[in-house]
Design a protein around this ligand. Structure first.
Ligand SMILES: Cc1ncc(COP(=O)(O)O)c(C=O)c1O
Length: 404
């Protein structure tokens, strides 16, 4: 198993005392990614797919090599299926506005989970409203997991898309995406996996369940901000009407028409985020050296330890299934607003997130208006989690003694 020494790879922890438990929002960067990006900015700052001198060609080769690295990382059958985007949000909007906006008919249905991040909800809300289609929900069962039996009733022959997160950014559990993919495909519907909290935490092999679309963000897995990935089956990517057109994505242009490049380049108009792609490549190379099975073990261990210890505290409500899959744990302290808890933790040098976590319908389903979310990544330590638990206990005692 990975141990605490792994922190030495991250300069942030040498320079800061903060107990950083907001990794579901974004992650710290290892020195190797910072160094690789500094070297790329210093020595390889060229545009891609344009200039034919050798130095620029090497940058293009490095950029395209990352496409293959990403493809292998998620078990995609072909690098052609990998489109570089800005983020998870960007990828979902490309699929919604470039593809489903041209497919959806009045009366069609899109199914999402009640626990979706707004990024995987708002594009579908807007689109179904525009197209006179319907948005339907998979609810949670009594264990706080997606209810597959109810999903079987909600997904039907009118369903065109099931759009679900593999791992909820609030509950932290792995959703039954393989079963949902099977149900969707039985009804000739497509499935889009929001993998923003999944790909960073465990080995992913999409060939096991053949999703139609999958999206994630680099910054939640050690890479820079502003770079994301859209995976799509090649025949579906071909059908996307590019939401942006311009330089690089064309093979020829005359006064009135243009002919687009093949996928995936036709979906990457303009100068792409070259440095973001190279940084993502460095992050994936680093994660590959750690082995994603080891990353998963460590995240799961820290998440389980946190869940068990917080659940054991009097007056603390912890949400989601007691068997943990990731380092994300969400809770409330009875009688204390989540923001007050987070502020009290901040005063003790612990960074967590409080609020509705871009998942308001889920908050309504959980009958709360806000929660505290502590999210560990593999570089966090058991001792940091113990300090969090101690601080939550002290916070509860402090507010209780004042409130009663
Ligand atoms: C499950 C999930 N989906 C989508 C997003 C949006 O990611 P981004 O802001 O990188 O586009 C997040 C970010 O927190 C997330 O956790």
């Amino acid at each position: 198993m990975l141990d605490d020494k792994i922190r030495n790879d991250f300069p942030f922890f040498k320079n800061n005392q903060l107990i950083y438990l907001d990794n579901a929002a974004t992650t710290q960067k290892p020195q190797i990614v910072i160094d690789r990006m500094a070297d790329d900015y210093t020595n390889h700052s060229f545009n891609v797919h344009r200039s034919n001198y050798m130095a620029a060609q090497r940058t293009t080769d490095a950029y395209e090599k990352v496409r293959t690295t990403v493809s292998d990382f998620i078990g995609s059958p072909s690098a052609k299926s990998i489109v570089f985007t800005k983020s998870t949000t960007d990828g979902i909007n490309i699929v919604a506005n470039g593809y489903f906006a041209h497919q959806l008919q009045p009366g069609d249905e899109i199914v999402v989970a009640i626990s979706e991040h707004h990024s995987n909800l708002l594009p579908w809300q807007r689109l179904t409203e525009k197209c006179d289609a319907h948005l339907r929900y998979i609810e949670l069962n009594e264990h706080g997991q997606l209810d597959v039996q109810q999903a079987q009733k909600v997904i039907n022959d009118h369903t065109k898309l099931v759009a679900v997160a593999a791992v909820s950014n609030v509950l932290g559990n792995l959703n039954p995406i393989e079963q949902l993919a099977k149900i969707a495909h039985q009804h000739n519907a497509e499935i889009l996996i929001d993998a923003a909290q999944w790909v960073p935490d465990m080995p992913v092999n999409i060939s096991a369940f053949n999703p139609d679309w999958l999206v994630f963000s680099g910054h939640k897995m050690l890479a820079p901000t502003g770079i994301g990935v859209l995976y799509g089956k090649p025949d579906l990517l071909e059908k996307i009407e590019p939401t942006a057109v311009g330089g690089d994505m064309v093979t020829s242009v005359d006064r009135n028409h243009f002919k687009a490049q093949p996928i995936p380049i036709r979906l990457e108009a303009g100068t792409p985020n070259v440095m973001g792609v190279l940084g993502l490549g460095a992050a994936l190379d680093y994660l590959n050296t750690l082995d994603m099975h080891m990353v998963q073990k460590r995240c799961q261990f820290l998440g389980q330890f946190m869940y068990d210890k917080l659940s054991a505290l009097d007056g603390v409500v912890v949400y989601g299934n007691p068997i943990r899959d990731t380092g994300i744990v969400t809770f409330n302290v009875e009688g204390v607003h989540a923001h007050d808890v987070a502020s009290a933790l901040d005063l003790r040098g612990i960074a967590v997130r409080a609020g509705y976590h871009c998942a308001e319908p889920l908050m309504q389903a959980l009958h709360t208006n806000a929660t505290v979310r502590a999210s560990a990544y593999f570089y966090n330590t058991q001792d940091e989690i113990s300090q969090l638990v101690k601080a939550v206990k002290a916070t509860k005692e402090f507010f209780t003694s004042y409130g009663h």
